[in-house]
Design a protein around this ligand. Structure first.
Ligand code: HEM
Length: 424
């Protein structure tokens, strides 16, 4: 594959872009602007990827599923000694949503979205409120806490486990499986660590397969029951392999993004006292706040695609078989689409707000939007109502997750004046 060198014009934005992965750049606005203006479609040799940052190009890459396809094999090969125990590979690799194309994708998506509609997820509202209140009970008396590690993170894992109907005595295992799934995507793992994580994946797949069989025999009110029962017309439902893939993809799609959005929203509110007061007076603003957090700070800053043929974007020929990093975070701040794109503005016109691509666009657009919005809204509502005077603690580090895709806080130490009890 012949590729152009990054020119001098591209050097500055690219350097800033690459440094941002060290996990220290909270606000990527400046870096994204430089990329959009000076290098909207650019090959980055060290990553062996093309970075695409303007809204119009990002939308093409997301919507055109003929020329831009989802990469496969992001978790690497299953070590040979575990291959027999993982028929079809890791759970996440089973053909389901992210790694499926039409017509399979269309069929699976129709079934998988049935238990995830705005109406269907309402059944989880009380459960989410209960989890949020229990967590606040644990640290409220202390007067300060790390709201990522003690709130956003455990809340997201516990809610997801409860949504799937995983019993509480397996929540610790669930947490290990979820984190292990992400760790397996790190290409520099030692063979020993890869084997440990693969063993966990055997356990995870077996657990989900057993749960699928149980719920087929005796359905409950949980999401796995919803998936195994979903039918469209007279067609058969999801196969066991498809259910396994959907469950794994829901978990990986929903975890880091949800907890990250809670952390990013809390940080924004603590930095903007006037906005925090407005939200306390009118919790009805929370849905717009969640959307604006996803637009402005984009917890999943980009998605990957591979080209199926030579493609020309902005006069640049991207060769067949190239990998793209499609920067949805940069698209969401494109001034060609959003007035004052760097302002955090919960009063944006809903029609304009709907254009943001923080949940993706096209056939792979996030299937978990309704659950994410419910989960994040309740998480914020409970915390803000119970901890008056919430503020950041001066001098405490606010590191971001190290890494490529996610731009989410790892630590957010906050204090408050006093607290109220649940339901008060
Ligand atoms: C604020 C929270 C969330 C954000 C920002 C987010 C973001 C995204 C984005 C950008 C995509 C498109 C990926 C692509 O085009 O390659 C996506 C797809 C997806 N998301 Fe989410 N997500 C969130 C919450 C959730 C939740 C809670 C779930 C699970 C219940 C979930 C499950 C999925 C799945 C399975 C897909 C793939 C859909 C398909 O390929 O048809 N996400 N999400």
């Amino acid at each position: 594959m012949s590729v152009p060198d990054a020119s001098m014009k591209h050097a500055a934005p690219l350097e800033a872009f690459l440094q941002s992965f060290a996990g220290t750049t909270w606000d990527m606005a400046e870096v994204f602007s430089q990329l959009r203006e000076d290098a909207p479609v650019v090959y980055v040799p060290i990553l062996d990827m093309w970075v695409v940052s303007r809204y119009e190009d990002v939308v093409v890459a997301l919507r055109d599923v003929e020329r831009f396809v989802q990469p496969v094999g992001v978790m690497g090969e299953v070590p040979a000694e575990f291959a027999a125990d993982l028929p079809g590979g890791y759970a996440l690799s089973h053909t389901a949503l992210t790694n499926a194309n039409p017509p399979d994708h269309t069929r699976i998506r129709k079934l998988a979205q049935k238990p995830l509609t705005p109406r269907a997820v309402l059944r989880y509202e009380d459960m989410i409120r209960g989890v949020a209140n229990d967590l606040v009970d644990r640290f409220a008396d202390a007067g300060r806490a790390d709201l990522v590690q003690q709130y956003a993170f455990p809340l997201s894992v516990t809610v997801m486990a409860n949504v799937l109907g995983i019993p509480s005595d397996r929540h610790e295992d669930f947490r290990r499986w979820v984190l292990g799934t992400f760790e397996l995507m790190v290409p520099t793992l030692t063979p020993q660590r890869r084997a440990e994580l693969a063993r966990d994946q055997v356990e995870f797949s077996a657990f989900v397969r057993d749960t699928i069989a149980e719920r087929r025999a005796a359905p409950g009110d949980d999401l796995i029951s919803g998936l195994v029962q979903a039918r469209e017309g007279g067609e058969p439902g999801l196969s066991e392999s498809e259910c396994l893939g959907v469950v794994a993809q829901l978990i990986t799609g929903g975890f880091e993004t949800t907890q990250g959005t809670i952390g990013l929203a809390l940080n924004t509110l603590c930095e903007d006292r006037a906005l925090l007061d407005r939200v306390l007076d009118d919790p009805g603003l929370l849905p717009s706040l969640v959307d604006e957090t996803v637009r402005r700070f984009c917890p999943a800053r980009g998605v990957f695609r591979d080209t199926t043929c030579d493609v020309t974007l902005h006069g640049q020929v991207i060769p067949q078989g190239a990998r793209l990093f499609v920067l949805i975070g940069a698209a969401n701040q494109d001034p060609a689409q959003f007035d004052c794109p760097f302002a955090f503005d919960v009063d944006r016109d809903p029609g304009v707000m709907r254009r943001h691509v923080g949940f993706g666009q096209g056939i792979h657009k996030c299937i978990g939007i309704a659950l994410a919005q419910l989960d994040i809204r309740i998480a914020l509502e409970v915390l803000l109502s119970r901890l008056p005077g919430l503020r950041l603690v001066d001098g405490e580090d606010r590191p971001l997750a190290m890494g490529f895709v996610f731009s989410t806080p790892q630590r957010l130490v906050c204090a408050w004046d006093h607290h109220t009890t649940a339901g008060a």
